[in-house]
Design a protein around this ligand. Structure first.
Ligand code: NAD
Length: 375
């Protein structure tokens, strides 16, 4: 077996560490920073306090974007950065804030629209502004990945862009920032962590360092996600889920995600199901399909996590979804045959080809018909 491992992001983890931004920026000679953050932190005044406490390192703020950010919002942010001569970027938020920031920090140094690079195969420019990522959900792991997932609503397209320039220079993971995440968002983002860990492990691109990260992260999610959902201010649960999130990011960024992520894109795009909930919806189904793949290593993963076998792990994923209030079916959408055809067709995303078992259209149709009939 041959493999390469690279992880260029400097990670700082711990409660209260977001207050180090000003000092860390100064140490690195960074000036005139733009804080990109979601509405929640603008409304509660935290974003302005962070700017005020940064000793002049942060000078601007952008928060005009939506969950699953649109290419037009990236272009608008890049235009503000060009006009104000932004010198570095701090992205404080969930995956949406970090992914928008990654893309804007690259194209602001050009006159291009990000749409030129989104799903077109055109390589991103090499130059980009320094980026500090501060995740506030647990989470996408975007703080340690070279991926930016964007949506082009006009074209009905959601797709990742991958570029080495998207690796943040620094990730500050401060669990206290996640205390305010509402239970439903905690549940959705936690299912994203579990999907990344499991898919990173069984991906065709798996490798030993990422395997170890996947096992560690998945164990933490099964143990701590129900607690974080039920008790939002439980410090240990929040800290352990942040640990799971950043480590799941390391688990999947090189191997890449697989079938559940491929299917999540149309479920989010067409039916508006949040990213993590959409990933989790099909995770147990694909666990059954992949159970005996890779000469027993998926079975070994399940046993290492303390389950009798992969089928028992799939049942535990199902039970976890029920406990934390996630969907286990799509019956309420009353999907027509042609809507199921669309889901099958659009699930044929490149990530599907990383799955250890070849997934046919018939397998996808079986799965979507089962979900369409399930509450
Ligand atoms: P999100 O960033 O869309 O946030 C969800 C909601 O929670 C938003 O309304 C946001 O304002 C709010 N929120 C965030 N932090 C909060 C806090 N601390 N307190 C209160 N509210 C808060 O959700 P997400 O799941 O973190 O990110 C999803 C996006 O990330 C999707 O577009 C997904 O495709 C993408 N993604 C990217 C990667 C990657 O590697 N780049 C990996 C997985 C997913």
């Amino acid at each position: 077996m041959m493999w390469d491992y690279e992880q260029p992001v400097d990670i700082r983890f711990g409660n209260g560490r977001v207050s180090e931004i000003g000092e860390l920026a100064r140490e690195r000679g960074l000036r005139n920073g733009m804080l990109i953050t979601s509405g929640h932190f603008v409304r509660d005044g935290f974003a302005q306090r962070l700017i005020d406490d940064s000793d002049g390192a942060l000078t601007g703020m952008f928060s005009d974007f939506s969950p699953n950010p649109d290419v037009s919002e990236v272009d608008a942010c890049a235009a503000v950065m060009r006009e104000s001569g932004t010198g570095f970027v701090v992205a404080m938020g969930g995956g949406s804030a970090m992914d928008l920031a990654k893309a804007a920090a690259s194209i602001c140094l050009t006159e291009d629209s990000i749409a030129d690079y989104h799903g077109t195969g055109k390589a991103m420019p090499q130059k980009h502004l320094p980026l500090i990522a501060v995740p506030t959900t647990a989470g996408t792991g975007s703080e340690v990945t070279c991926v930016s997932v964007l949506t082009n609503r006009a074209l009905g397209k959601k797709a990742p862009i991958v570029s080495d320039g998207f690796f943040p220079n620094l990730a500050i993971v401060d669990p206290e920032l996640t205390y305010s995440v509402p239970p439903y968002v905690t549940a959705c983002t936690g299912m994203d962590v579990l999907s990344q860990a499991i898919e990173g492990y069984w991906s065709k691109g798996h490798q030993p360092i990422c395997d170890a990260c996947a096992v560690h992260a998945a164990k933490l999610v099964f143990r701590w996600l129900p607690v974080a959902v039920a008790e939002p201010r439980n410090a240990e649960a929040r800290e352990r889920m942040c640990e799971a999130s950043v480590i799941a990011g390391l688990a999947f960024t090189l191997p890449k995600t697989t079938s559940s992520h491929a299917c999540s894109f149309p479920l989010t795009n067409i039916h508006g199901i949040p990213h993590g909930e959409a990933c989790g919806l099909t995770l147990d189904w694909f666990a059954h399909i992949n159970a005996d793949a890779q000469h027993g290593r998926v079975q070994e993963f399940a046993r290492t996590l303390g389950f009798a076998d992969v089928d028992a792990m799939a049942d535990a994923i199902h039970d976890l979804k029920v406990t934390i209030g996630m969907r286990t079916g799509l019956k309420d959408l009353a999907l027509s045959e042609s809507q199921i055809d669309d889901l099958v067709r659009i699930s044929r995303h490149p990530n599907l080809y990383n799955n250890p078992v070849d997934i046919t259209d018939e397998m996808l149709r079986d799965m979507y018909e089962h979900l369409a009939a399930t509450d």
